[in-house]
Design a protein around this ligand. Structure first.
Ligand SMILES: Cc1cc2nc3c(=O)[nH]c(=O)nc-3n(C[C@H](O)[C@H](O)[C@H](O)COP(=O)(O)OP(=O)(O)OC[C@H]3O[C@@H](n4cnc5c(N)ncnc54)[C@H](O)[C@@H]3O)c2cc1C
Length: 538
């Protein structure tokens, strides 16, 4: 059913899923034949990180591998904060979910014997990444799921509307406030539901340098936090070490699998700088590689991914997506090193959920990147995020199915800030620039304090709801990064460069707590903030 067949101002559904990426669509399919409405800010297939995934899905599906080994790798990378039971559960359910995806039509690559072909990625002790046509996993998964969703009569899809507020009554979810994308001045509409699943993806687009689509602006995280949900580990943001720097926003990605195939990282003198930094060199955990690349660029030596020897003439056939991105920028990766930089890529933090994807708010579940399950800890093992999205989407569907059917929702009458202002581009750009410079790969207390103070001001004063929601998520990330006085996993502070065993616990926070941190910092920080950063230009 398309938008025009469905009057969203009148109809209500038992289950509303916000997000049309892997987590949202898989959950909708698993709930069938139960009626579900999927709301997606962008048309299905666009505006979802899933479609851009190049590596694939981590799954211990070969005889020489095991769920225990997969969980052990996940735990090792997560720097002391991975919930071990969750990591093992994820690894154990991988085979069943890959089987589901095959059933929905995803054409995973196979070897000569017809078994699933598996690739290797950084920090995995075995080859266990299932993939499609080399680096086309995300596109192939989305295309198969979209076809399956369109062919399922119980699923209604509303495209082009963004959820901008979660409505609650007495601590339980009662519905959502939506607005057409790209029309800030349009009247908002409300949709009633007592069972809402947030599957809105990550926060990468809060950063000026990112691999994520525009829609990954942290809006789902923000609306849950504004409704009072507990947020977990927001300070842990993974930076991909090898975004291709050709002046595009978002930056195209050179997949980790290239380094798995032997591509090296070099500076402008042709030196392999990672050899001096970690025994695994280019295959070290992402945060270490990202900092190595960042430091090389900061020292003025530049950083490049060199696949000339490892792949040469096979580049285009094995990595068609990366090849196309390079060629569009005039680079021939078979003959030239590719210029790269670290970019905001994946959010380990998110809305805190239990093993069934339940949040702290009654009637609200969260799945995929917007959630924080405890599976990734302080750092994510490559290709575990698509796995987490499918495993939790299935668990959420099962939990909703197994629960008592919620009483039909009444149309919510409360509307959150019905009047809106246009998006002030200058403030949005300043916020994104500040996330990259102050809350990025290398952090310190002073700059984090400035960021907290600035984001709290935008969050408080902006008359544009989308910008306010972006500032809400930015504030949560910056305030928790300021509070964590150590370096752990993807969170690195030059003023606290080591891990502190006493801090080996996950962060559980709320928007109210982040605002308190901002208030406590305001006076000291106000004195230092450059004037333009104070302007909320709307
Ligand atoms: C370039 C790139 C490559 C990657 N490669 C891999 C990989 O190889 N393996 C791996 O495991 N992971 C990879 N990841 C990470 C992985 O793709 C994501 O973590 C995962 O796809 C997230 O799925 P999701 O369903 O949670 O969100 P998404 O796929 O991002 O979908 C989010 C959906 O929510 C919608 N939306 C957002 N906000 C709103 C709103 N307010 N209202 C309505 N709709 C909204 C969006 O339009 C979209 O439909 C990669 C990420 C990127 C960016």
């Amino acid at each position: 059913m398309s938008n025009k067949d469905y009057d969203i101002t009148r109809n209500t559904d038992d289950v509303v899923i916000v997000g049309g990426g892997l987590a949202g669509l898989f959950c909708a399919l698993k709930l069938a034949p139960r009626p579900v409405t999927v709301i997606s800010a962008a048309p299905l297939g666009q505006g979802a990180s899933t479609a851009w995934a190049q590596g694939g899905i981590a799954a211990a599906v070969t005889e020489s591998d095991s769920a225990e080994a997969h969980a052990a790798d996940t735990i090792a990378v997560g720097a002391g904060l991975v919930d071990e039971t969750i990591a093992l559960g994820l690894a154990r359910e991988a085979g069943a979910r890959i089987h589901d995806l095959l059933k929905y039509g995803v054409p995973f690559d196979r070897d000569l014997e017809g078994k699933l072909a598996v690739g290797r990625e950084a920090a995995h002790s075995a080859r266990r990444i299932v993939h499609v046509r080399g680096d086309m996993a995300g596109m192939a998964i989305m295309s198969a799921l979209i076809d399956a969703v369109r062919a399922t009569p119980s699923i209604r899809v509303i495209e082009g509307y963004a959820a901008e507020a979660l409505l609650t009554e007495e601590g339980a979810v009662s519905g959502l406030q939506l607005r057409p994308v790209g029309d800030a001045l349009a009247k908002p509409v409300t949709i009633a539901s007592r069972e809402v699943v947030l599957a809105t993806g990550g926060i990468g687009h809060l950063y000026a340098v990112t691999t994520n689509p525009t829609e990954a602006s942290g809006l789902g995280l923000a609306i849950a936090a504004r409704a009072g949900a507990v947020i977990a580990d927001p300070e842990f943001v993974q930076f991909h070490p090898t975004a291709i720097m050709v002046g595009r926003d978002p930056a195209p990605l050179a997949t980790e699998a290239l380094r798995g195939e032997g591509a090296t990282l070099i500076n402008d003198k042709g030196e392999r700088f990672m050899l001096a930094q970690h025994p695994l060199a280019e295959l070290a955990p992402r945060d270490i590689v990202a900092r190595g690349v960042f430091a090389e660029i900061a020292a003025g030596h530049g950083a490049f991914l060199d696949a000339r020897e490892a792949l040469g003439a096979h580049f285009a056939g094995k990595f068609p997506t990366v090849y196309a991105s390079c060629r569009a920028a005039g680079i021939d990766p078979m003959r030239q090193p590719i210029p790269i930089a670290p970019a905001a890529h994946y959010h380990m933090g998110g809305i805190s959920v239990d093993a069934y994807g339940r949040t702290s708010l009654k009637g609200l579940w969260a799945g995929g990147e917007v959630s924080s399950t405890g599976a990734h800890g302080a750092n994510r093992l490559a290709s575990n995020s698509l796995l987490e999205a499918v495993v939790y989407a299935a668990r959420i569907a099962e939990d909703i199915e197994g629960g008592t059917i919620a009483a039909p929702a009444r149309s919510p009458t409360v509307s959150v800030a019905p009047r809106n202002r246009g998006m002030p581009q200058l403030t949005e750009a300043s916020l994104r620039a500040m996330m990259t410079s102050h809350v990025g790969v290398i952090r310190d207390g002073d700059r984090l304090a400035e960021a907290v103070w600035s984001f709290a001001a935008i969050e408080r004063d902006s008359g544009n709801i989308a910008l306010r929601n972006m500032a809400t998520s930015a504030l949560l990330v910056a305030a928790s990064a300021w509070s964590r006085r150590e370096s752990r996993g993807a969170h690195y502070r030059i003023d606290y460069p080591t891990e502190r065993p006493a801090l080996a616990h996950r962060t559980m926070t709320t928007l109210a707590a982040a605002r308190e941190i901002a208030a406590s910092l305001s006076e000291r920080t106000a004195a230092r903030i450059p004037q333009p950063m104070l302007v909320v230009s709307d």
